[in-house]
Design a protein around this ligand. Structure first.
Ligand code: C5P
Length: 138
């Protein structure tokens, strides 16, 4: 086991939010890097050292969308990323504010049919079954 400061066996986490409101899921359109620009993702970002995933994801959503949220259960499987990072999705409840594209090109709400036709970033496509089931449960 590695225990040194700043040296962990755990991969760094990138957390992504499945925000569902009124039966629709929030998607955000990336501006970078060039090969992902224009594609849609679940908003989120890197969890910083010392943050819980829930606190870090809520911070990212405050920065990216200007909203207050409550981070709930994990959804879908882990997606390995380059650089010893792992991408994880969480069901997130919107508490206050209207999501704005503060760091994205745009945001939009989609129903299950629109989600199926959306140009998602490849990593997030693996969650389509769970996201569709989540939408259909509301
Ligand atoms: O948004 P940011 O660039 O901080 O994300 C870090 C990494 O996680 C990037 O490689 C990005 O493509 C990936 N990511 C993803 N799906 C998301 C959020 C981030 O694949 N919903």
């Amino acid at each position: 086991m590695q225990t040194g400061a700043g040296n962990s066996a755990e991969p760094r986490e990138v957390a992504a939010a499945a925000i569902v409101d009124a039966g629709r899921l929030l998607l955000a359109q990336r501006v970078s890097p060039p090969h992902l620009a224009g594609l849609w993702e679940l908003p989120g970002g890197k969890i910083e050292a010392g943050e819980t995933p829930a606190d870090g994801l809520a911070r990212e959503l405050r920065e990216e969308l200007g909203v207050e949220t409550v981070v709930g259960a994990r959804i879908g499987s882990d997606v390995p990323l380059a650089g010893a990072m792992v991408l994880r999705a969480y069901v997130v409840e919107l508490k206050s504010g209207t999501p704005e594209a503060l760091e994205h090109a745009a945001v939009r709400w989609v129903d299950a049919e629109q989600l199926a036709g959306a140009d998602l970033v490849p990593n997030d496509e693996v969650w389509l079954p769970e996201l569709t089931a989540l939408l259909e449960s509301f």
